[in-house]
Design a protein around this ligand. Sequence first.
Ligand SMILES: O=C(O)CCC(=O)C(=O)O
Ligand SMILES: [Fe+2]
Length: 302
Amino acid sequence: MTVTAAATETARHEDDTRSPWSLERLVPSFAARIHDVDLREVALDGRASQLRGLLAEHKVLFFAEQRLDNDAQVALGRALGELTVSHPVVAGATAEHPEIYALDSFDGGRSDVWHTDVTFMPRPPMASILRAVNIPDVGGNTNWVDLEAAYASLHPGLQRLADELTAEHDGSREFAEYLERRGGEGNEWDGERVRQLKPVPHPVVRVHPETGRRSLFVNPGFTTRILGVSDAESRGLLDAFFAHITRPEHLVRHRWRAGDVVMWDNRSTAHYADFNYADFRRVMHRITLRGDVPVGPLDPVG
Ligand SMILES: O=C(O)CCC(=O)C(=O)O
Ligand SMILES: [Fe+2]
């Protein structure tokens, strides 16, 4: 698939005299390619807050021809926010890089279920930064959907219903075996050692803490039931929501090239990596920025 530029614009603060980044929007509601950025310099340049603003606004940002290694990826993450460990229960890529989550197809690493990262914890990470370390010759594209566009395109009656709902998110189907393999001793997440993966409740509609926009915050990877309704109602609602968020109109697709880095906002998107790389090796390194507790539209503010 090819994406065509809907618009090209420049992104900079009015008082910023440095050369502007040029930003190419990819689909009308979200996703942008940012040109002329060396992500190794963002940390030194004092442009981290600008980048965070672009992330909240465009939700998925694509950068080509980067030269990040593990250290530089971690440094970039630290400039943008507070890094989490690799994952609540999966060990880091190396002893020196406990923050890096490695996905290696030769170790069975794959991500072919629609999900938003780590929503099975009370405070899921606000953003993820993924670097292509080894890409297959063909296949292995990654897809993102815009959960704000998904909310906006629901029937108003369904929006009102969704506004009132809470859902349970459970990571045990995907990750219980990792915890078992480590003798039940996971990593430290939000100051606590993870020893079990308990389902956590989150609002079905999440209000973005920076933009105030609403997203349909459910995902097939981790959202297991809607609370306070019958099993049949829960299944029917979740199936309808899952089908809705993953409609092609809500999607952007990326074909990876060596040197690509993608950043996404986990408060407003979900993603899926195509599992079609035959015998090619596909290795990706991810870091995540610490997030906040999801807030729904009916939750008291503050
Ligand atoms: O491998 C990919 O393209 C995406 C993997 C994934 O789900 C993640 O890094 O959070
Ligand atoms: Fe993911």
